[in-house]
Design a protein around this ligand. Structure first.
Ligand SMILES: O=C(O)CCC(=O)C(=O)O
Ligand SMILES: [Fe+2]
Length: 275
């Protein structure tokens, strides 16, 4: 596939390749879903938001470093789609929704939370994302069919610290042994293997051109390491739910900062509905 062009419709063959890879391996690397123009605008607006310029007046609900600081560390800004209209547009892409529906077979796809991530060039532990399963962070609040679209905004090469997925680990169950915030990848890997009672570990990387996306299951083990390119690795992690997901009994969106009201489609864009 030519990665510089966007095909508006997914073929049946593409859909079934996406679905079987996601089911068997726990992730899928999709082609380009966002135009070069939107990606260029999003890249510039990520820099502005990282510097504390919030077009909408709404700050991210969490940021790993204060505005303008920690430029040698991973920058993680939660729900910055509410801080800037360009970020909102990029994270609500209908083609992203079509792919998300294709890989899961869902009737409805809704964004329930987002992360904007900037990994500066460097080999320090502070740029790493420790091995984890996304459900470790969500299971107190939400359940059912939950997954993530990871959208490359910069060119994400093998050397830029791309996402690393442990193939098939979505079948290991919820291990609660990961740590997004630890840069010590080897230590966390050993902890996960111990909890899983097996040293099985087969990794794949998710290098992507700007505008392309990967999709990963909420139980797949993933993390990322050093960026030895000269440019920052920029991306969005767009956390998605389908019609087969719910709040845990007795919980509402008000119980966790990263959650928003699912009834409000500006806060939680519905990016696919079965025609
Ligand atoms: O960007 C990374 O390296 C990790 C992102 C992540 O944990 C996710 O998308 O769920
Ligand atoms: Fe994650």
């Amino acid at each position: 596939m030519n990665t510089s062009t966007i095909s508006p419709e997914l073929s049946t063959k593409q859909k079934s390749a996406g679905r079987s890879s996601y089911e068997e391996q726990g992730f899928y690397l999709a082609p380009k879903v966002i135009s070069d123009d939107l990606i260029e605008r999003a890249s510039a607006r990520i820099d502005a938001v990282v510097d504390g310029e919030y077009e909408t007046g709404v700050a991210p609900c969490y940021r790993s470093c204060p505005a303008g600081e920690g430029k040698d560390k991973l920058q993680k800004l939660d729900n910055a789609h509410l801080s800037d209209s360009v970020l909102h547009e990029a994270m609500s892409s209908p083609l992203l929704g079509q792919w998300a529906a294709a890989v899961t077979g869902a009737k409805m796809i809704q964004v329930f939370s987002t992360q904007t991530l900037v990994k500066p060039p460097g080999t320090k532990e502070a740029v790493n994302v420790g091995w984890h399963q996304d459900l470790e962070y969500w299971s107190k609040y939400v359940k059912g069919e939950l997954f993530t679209a990871w959208l490359a905004v910069s060119d994400v090469t093998e050397k830029s610290g791309p996402m690393r997925f442990v193939i098939g680990s979505q079948k290991w169950g919820l291990l609660e042994a990961g740590d997004f915030f630890s840069g010590k990848l080897d230590l966390i890997k050993a902890r996960i293997q111990e909890k899983n009672g097996s040293d099985s570990w087969n990794e794949a990387t998710g290098a992507l051109p700007p505008g392309a996306a990967s999709f990963h299951h909420c139980l797949v083990v993933h993390g990322s390491g050093s960026n030895t390119e000269t440019w920052p690795r920029k991306s969005f992690a767009i956390h998605l739910r389908t019609e087969k997901s719910q709040f845990v009994d007795g919980v509402t969106y008000k119980d966790a900062e990263f959650l928003n009201d699912w009834n409000d489609e500006y806060l939680c864009p519905v990016i696919y509905r079965e025609p």
